[in-house]
Every structure is written in C-alpha cells, then in structure tokens.
Design a protein around this ligand. Structure first.
Ligand code: ATP
Ligand code: MG
Length: 438
C-alpha cells in the first residue's frame, strides 16, 4: 500500500518506540479498491500520553485527546493518530457511554461499522482483516461488523452510513445487515439532526435511482414529509412513476451538487397535498411548487442546513415549474434578476425533471430549455448581467447633472434599467443620460 512519506515517518517513529501503528479504515478500503484515499488515518497501541512523549518537540493538535486522537502537524497537513480503543453502551444512541484504550488492533477493528471499513495495514505486518473485509470488497458487499442489530442499536447513524457507502461504491447490502437496518429504523428518530443531514447529503450525492427506491423507508423516516409521495399515483399520461419513483430518478439525473440533489429530493414533496382529479380522469397538482418550497424550507431548517443551501434549494423548488420563452428580452431579464449561474442550475434541474417522467418527455420543452441556456450564455458573454451595479450610469452621474439626492435617483436608475432590459435603450452612458435629461 502506498503511504505518503509524511505519514510513514510518524508510523516508523511509533514503531521504533515499540508501539504498533497501522493505517486504518477508509484509506485501506480505498487503496484495495484502487482509489486514491483523501486522507490517511492511523491507529496505534500507544496511549495519548505515550504519543505525546514520542512526538515531543512536534507541533500537535490535542482537540481529540479524550477520544484518544493526537493530530501531528506535518508538511502535508495534520495526520490523526488514534489509540486502539473499544467502546461500550450507547445509552443516548449518540455517544458511547465509555471509551477504553486497548493494546490489540483487533479489538479496535471490532468497534468499526462495516467490514470494508474494518481493515488495517502496516508496512511491517501487512493487512489485518479479521472480518473478511477484503472478500466483501471483492464481491461488492456491505456487511456490518459483528451482530448487525446490536451495531445499529449502539449507533443508528451507521444505518445511514450504510446507505451512503452502498450508494457510493455501488455495493449490495448484505441480507442480515439490510434487515437490521430496517428493524432498527426507530433509532433514526433520536439522532442529532445535523448528523442526519450530513449523511443524507453524502448519500444523495452518490445515489442512483434504485438506491433511493431501496432506501425509501429509511429516507422517509428521516424526512416524514416524503412518505406520502411513496406509491402516490399521478394519473397523468406523461408520468409512468409514482411521485417517489419520479423523485428518485430526478435526484439521480441532476448533477451531483448539494443544491441540486436536495432540490430534486424535495421538489415534488407538496404534490400529494394539492392533488386533484379532473372529469377526464387526469391528475393535476396545481400550486405544488410553492407548497413543496414551503415544506423544503421547513425540512432544511429542521435538519440544520446552512442558510445559503436552504435558500438556494427553496428557490429552485419554488421555480421548478416556471416556463420561460427562449427570447432575448426574457433571457436578459432573467440574467438581471438571477444571474447566469443560478439560471443554468434551474435549467439543469428542469431538464432532469422532464427526463424523470419515465415516458418520452415532450421534445419541445427540452429544446426550449436548451435554447434558453444558449441564449443566456450568449447574452451574458456579450452584455454581462445587467443590474443596477453594471448600469452605465450611477446615482452620482444624475446628481452631477442637478438631480436632487433622494428617492428620485433610485427611481430614475430603476427606470433606466427597465428600459435597457426591454431593449429600448443601449447600456451606454450618453444614451442613458440623454434619456433622463432630454
Ligand atoms: P470517507 O472516505 O467517507 O472519509 P471513511 O471510511 O474514512 O470514509 P470516516 O467517517 O472518515 O469514513 O470514518 C473513518 C473510520 O472510522 C471508518 O472507516 C470506520 O472504520 C470508523 N467509523 C466512523 N464512523 C463510525 C461509526 N459511526 N461507527 C463505527 N465506526 C465508525
Ligand atoms: Mg475518512
């Protein structure tokens, strides 16, 4: 296994002091999968006190000391080394009641969540794999270490980590592990909301439609507002899926950014509440975008998402049904109001939404979206995003020509912007001044 010199050096220093040290967890798994690890965690027989002695004179980060973690500052970042430990009792289903330092790597591996995450590697001793992680990796299987029910009762977050890892690596969840994930579903209720948010987001970014469908019950337990969309028939000739199935396919089709994945998950959540059936037997969901946006706002508040993410998701959900003609005037206004980046995000979303109906989406709508995107890009390149900031005349220019300071100035500037956006005036200083002072 390749281990960077900065990490290797620390491992050797511990070994030379008589303390076993291993690379462990994600980096070993990634290495065996042929993926370059994003970081290298190590564990050691040395206690935190012993580590501090061995690394005396080095710059240390001691914030994780009570969990047994010492961070060593190296040229290539902080390397975290954690004393072998075992945990017991999760009375609050969040934090272990106790953590005990141990001397055997196997005891440390036994407290880890899944077999593929419970392997360690040492340049001196090779691979340590007491739970068959390598075999599971080869077969693409995600399996809990030890008794799955007990492991999920100890820490229900592992249920969501399981969903996330299975989606990320395209693994099948082993039968007993999967059964226990569902049997212990109530544990999700007591998890801290922000932990749920982080795991769900990781899952969403990796998920394919079938991951959402097979994880539906677990996802709906975290976001109960989604539950009514499961099995909700749309009575619409353009939609072959139920609302949840459609949602799953839109999530999988939007680019894997947090904004788009969350927006996709929540965009139709208001549909069941506004459903009507007309005389011809056709289903309608009038106003569902606004209702979904309100629900999305409440859900992301509850899950403690950042304000920036919540606001963007709510905006996307609220506008996902908007229809804009691919015309220059419209495009210029959209650029002025929302900017190119946000508009392209909405178009990404609308394209996926059309693609997620499972029937042939009306080609016209897709074509119009492609045209609108093209037009927005062309305009943005040619004219930039026209706003009060980029208007060729500023308040100072108007005052210099005798306009009194006050609300008149703002009114005049907004009036000019409107006329430029309408294509009546060019965004040129002289032309704009002439329009105000004929
Ligand atoms: P990633 O590439 O996402 O960082 P990772 O496997 O490194 O994957 P981390 O969340 O960084 O995941 O955790 C590091 C290791 O700690 C895991 O590989 C696993 O062995 C162990 N671990 C983390 N969280 C838990 C948990 N809730 N229960 C049991 N073991 C855990
Ligand atoms: Mg990690």
């Amino acid at each position: 296994m390749y281990i960077p010199d900065s990490v290797l050096e620390l491992m050797e220093q511990l070994e030379n002091a008589g303390q076993a040290c291993w690379a462990v967890g994600g980096c070993v798994r990634d290495w065996l999968m042929g993926i370059v690890p994003h970081d290298y965690d190590c564990c050691t027989a040395a206690t935190p006190d012993e580590m501090q002695e061995i690394f005396a004179g080095r710059n240390l980060v001691l914030a994780g000391l009570k969990h047994g973690t010492v961070g060593v500052v190296t040229d290539s970042g902080v390397v975290e080394i954690t004393t072998f430990r075992t945990e017991g009792g999760y009375a609050d289903a969040r934090h272990p009641d106790w953590v005990r330092f141990v001397r055997d790597i196997r005891e440390d591996l036994a407290r880890r969540d899944f077999t593929v995450n419970a392997m360690a590697y040492s340049p001196r001793r090779g691979l340590c794999d007491p739970f068959g992680g390598r075999e599971d990796l080869k077969n693409g299987v995600l399996r809990a270490v030890g008794d799955p029910g007990q492991r999920f009762r100890e820490d229900a977050l592992r249920i969501l980590r399981g969903l996330r890892f299975a989606a990320r690596f395209g693994f099948r969840i082993e039968e007993n592990t999967k059964k226990a994930m569902h049997a212990e579903i109530a544990g999700l209720d007591s998890l801290a909301k922000e932990r749920i948010f982080v795991e769900l987001e990781g899952f969403l970014k990796a998920a394919k439609a079938e991951d959402l469908v097979s994880g539906a019950e677990l996802i709906c337990r975290c976001i109960p507002e989604l539950a009514p969309t499961r099995g909700f028939r749309q009575h619409n000739r353009h939609h072959v899926h139920d609302v949840f199935g459609h949602t799953a396919s839109v999530v999988a089709q939007v680019p894997p950014t947090a904004q788009l994945r969350w927006a996709a998950l929540l965009h139709d959540i208001g549909k069941p509440a506004v459903f009507t059936l007309d005389d011809a037997g056709e289903g309608h969901f009038y106003g569902h975008a606004s209702v979904s946006a309100e629900l999305a706002d409440a859900i992301l508040h509850r899950l403690k998402a950042s304000n920036a993410l919540r606001e963007e998701v709510v905006w996307l959900v609220k506008h996902h049904m908007d229809h804009y003609r691919p015309e220059e005037k419209t495009a210029r206004r959209l650029l002025s109001r929302h900017g190119l980046e946000r508009m392209e995000r909405l178009i990404d979303f609308q394209q996926a939404d059309l693609g997620g109906k499972g029937s042939d989406a009306p080609d016209e709508s897709l074509l119009e979206l492609a045209q609108l995107r093209e037009l927005l890009r062309t305009l943005a390149a040619r004219e930039g995003e026209l706003t009060l900031k980029t208007l060729a005349v500023k308040g100072g220019d108007l005052m210099a020509r005798g306009m009194a300071p006050g609300p008149e100035i703002g009114k005049a500037l907004n009036g000019l912007l409107e006329r430029v956006l309408a294509g009546e005036l060019p965004n040129e200083r002289q032309a704009l001044l002439d329009a105000v002072f004929p």
